[in-house]
Design a protein around this ligand. Sequence first.
Ligand SMILES: [Fe+2]
Length: 182
Amino acid sequence: MATGPSRPQLQHLVLNVRDIEASERFYELLGFERSGTLEGAPVEMRFYRGAEDRHHDLALIQLPDPAGAPPVPEWKMFTEQPGIAHLALAYPDRGAWLAQIRHLQEHGVDFAVRGDHGMTHSAYVVDPDGHGVEVLYDLPEEVWAGDVNAALSYFKPLPTRGPKSLEDNVDYPVFGAEPAAD
Ligand SMILES: [Fe+2]
């Protein structure tokens, strides 16, 4: 029997956007499909899902006065501005992820950052409103579970353009697995 608060799971994300058509095209390139629209409300709001068994993972709301919004900020991994640094989308396996990053590149979506973390391999793209989106696949638990902090702190930058940005090394470093020094 539960004796305290249970652990939540991040369930969906809602973004206010300057141009809902441009944002929809971007998120459809990432594999989302529209699952519904909000009816009977004074805003244009659309819902999107990854898997078929989801009602929505993402929603977009059209800003009523996009011309009055601040300019789209330049995305950086680390910034002095408050707010969302990036969101992350996981693909089911390495093959699906490789196909996805190729698909993005073929459609002219630049990688702002490309690299290997200790627990994911990732490409970062930027949506039309300047939100960073990490496109990743999760590495097997046995490579990161031995020292989660070391895995989280590891990053190997890779080329962001051209065919080399689509290569993926599966010789994953294993964290916390080194035998004790004698
Ligand atoms: Fe991330």
